[in-house]
Design a protein around this ligand. Structure first.
Ligand SMILES: [Zn+2]
Length: 166
């Protein structure tokens, strides 16, 4: 069976970092009821995501975010892709990051039972490949929280040259 025609995946994503971004987004939605980050910059060494919040999180809450993301990573959750027609997608799935010209068949990415969102990027197969999520810094200014993060104790899967999954 042939896969449906999809918009091309972005090539600048680092898969463990980008998958951590999915988990962080879901964690922020659950903890603060905010939107997923619409302004993120994901790179191998460090990444950042912005969230719009009414007030600044406390240092304790920042620690909680980090702990919550690591708790999911440590569950060794499988990361799966499912395809669905746009009009079949549940309304709680955020489609806002998709490009305007996205194909009618959407690619939904699930991180275990924790997260689902439409995404054309590339991901790890299991959260055990991510490593440990570490918040480097957070700053809150005029309603916007910027979280900078990195991944530590990277498993050796990160050292392998571009692995093909199929
Ligand atoms: Zn993704």
């Amino acid at each position: 069976m042939q896969e449906p025609q999809l918009n091309e995946a972005k090539k600048d994503y680092h898969r463990p970092m980008h998958t951590a971004e999915h988990i962080l987004n879901q964690t922020m939605v659950r903890m603060f009821g905010c939107e997923r980050s619409k302004n993120s910059h994901i790179e191998k060494k460090k990444s950042k995501c912005d969230y719009f919040l009414k007030e600044s999180p406390t240092p304790e809450q920042i620690s909680e975010i980090e702990a919550a993301v690591n708790a999911q990573i440590e569950r060794n959750l499988p990361v799966n892709i499912v395809f669905a027609e746009r009009n079949e997608v549940p309304t709680n799935v955020d489609l806002s990051k998709l490009p305007e010209d996205v194909s009618e068949t959407l690619r939904l990415v699930t991180v275990g039972d924790y997260d689902i969102c439409a995404c054309i990027g590339e991901h790890v197969n299991n959260t055990s490949e991510i490593g440990r999520f570490k918040i480097i810094s957070s700053e809150y200014l005029e309603g916007k929280l910027r979280i900078r993060f990195k991944l530590e104790k990277s498993p050796d899967i990160l050292q392998r040259p571009d692995r093909q999954d199929n």
